[in-house]
Ligand binder design. Sequence first.
Ligand SMILES: Cc1cc2nc3c(=O)[nH]c(=O)nc-3n(C[C@H](O)[C@H](O)[C@H](O)COP(=O)(O)O)c2cc1C
Length: 205
Amino acid sequence: MSALPYVLILYYSRSGATRAMAERLAAGVESCRGIEARLRTVPPVSPTCEAVDPEIPAEGAIYAELDDLRHCAGLALGSPTRFGNMAAPLKHFVDTTSELWLGGALVDKPATAFTSTASLHGGQETTLISMLLPLLHHGMVYAGLPYSETELTETRSGGTPYGASHLAGKRSDRPLDETERQLAYAQGKRLARLALALEGVGDRS
Ligand SMILES: Cc1cc2nc3c(=O)[nH]c(=O)nc-3n(C[C@H](O)[C@H](O)[C@H](O)COP(=O)(O)O)c2cc1C
């Protein structure tokens, strides 16, 4: 594996919309020299707790391990909106991170969040904030999207100062439009720049 620092892009996606966003953030990260993107996902959860998923998903990014999080230089969390909140599979993974919290492994590292919804006013901002909460508990430095990204004031679909978002439509078949693509890319690029700038800051014991 490369010795370069990496931004972990950790997402859950059921029908591909959040995954498409994750890939745009990754392109933004990779546009910066000296840092790379690591895409990871989490398995679905089931009310039948005995159900176990294959260790490697059929397609897309592989499942995240705690060490992916421990050693990242920055973190982007992505989730579809579920009742105005992050999806349970992502929350389930986040709830396994207390060991990292106890050791302060993520303190002073930059983080951001992104989401996808079926409807325009279906809770993008609240979902982004739901992902912000555990990041703050971990001592991470949250970076949203600044209004210097002019698409923020012009968008008729996704894009918020709390993080990138995507309007996927009722059937989850609306692709990222140019504005949404640009904002997700800018968010990845900004996170990568901040990760490089903050490397070595804080107690990472
Ligand atoms: C249980 C559940 C709850 C949902 N809640 C919302 C919601 O509150 N607002 C909304 O606009 N879309 C909601 N959706 C739709 C998803 O957020 C939307 O389809 C999203 O784009 C899916 O992302 P994905 O393709 O990455 O799985 C919900 C979907 C499910 C399955």
